[in-house]
Design a protein around this ligand. Sequence first.
Ligand code: SPV
Ligand code: MG
Length: 292
Amino acid sequence: IVSLDTSIQTLTDLIQSQNLEFIMEAHDGLSAAVAAQAGFKALWASGLSISSSLGYRDANEASWTQMVDVVERMADASGLPILVDGDSGFGNFNNARLLAAKLQQRGASGVCLEDKGFPKMNSFVGNRHLLADVDEFSGRLRAVKDSVPDMVLVARIEALIAGYGLDEALERATAYADAGADAVLIHSRKSDAAEILEFTRQWAGKLPVVIVPTKYYKTPVSAYREAGISTVIWANHNMRAAIAAMRTTCGRIFAEESIASVEGDVATLEDVFGLLRYDELSAAEDRYLPKH
Ligand code: SPV
Ligand code: MG
């Protein structure tokens, strides 16, 4: 059943909703506007996607202020609540709370922090994922919650990514809940959802569970609904779609030395002007510019 629930206005509503909810990745103002047009109620400001769109690797090569600047454009261009991938917080508790406060000032509704060190590495790359000390990471969470109490704080558990078992993941989830997290994100690099579903069963709803099924994409979402998972993040598909589309278009224009054959396969200029509300500017010109 697809619910046409209009009660979801904020990221808090979405995370606390009794229905399974979905958050779409965006990485700039344009992709944010496209996701809003598609009907998504909230956006994921993906570290991987924003890094990639800036030509960086997802290893904290982009500075935290570069990330904040992108998030501001996403918020302005979409009007949607944004959950920001804050990586590991760009340092200790102090860097994490500075980041969160600045994100809130610039229009973000929530921040997700993962229990690794700085610099982090994307969870699907290599095997050198060192977990942060539980107490030290809990301090990062407490500092963020104290600094921006009305921001949604998602604690991301990387234990399964780092090669530990469910016990370690559950222990960390409990500590992060005690530290003030509003939800836990349990991440996995497996191609099936078994460990995610077992985590959710044993966690027993102590806080909402958020998942990122990038690698276990074949699992039907009905399994998440039945398990009582709160929120699914489609974490990088605008960025990957853009690469595929740009590569095809560049390849054709290069080979054909012409733009004639791609015209029907790219967005029209009217589409671009519509997406970014040129009509609003035109109406404002009528109101505010002197009439001669
Ligand atoms: C991201 O989108 O940057 C994420 C999710 O953190 S993942 O790439 O799966 O680690
Ligand atoms: Mg990330």
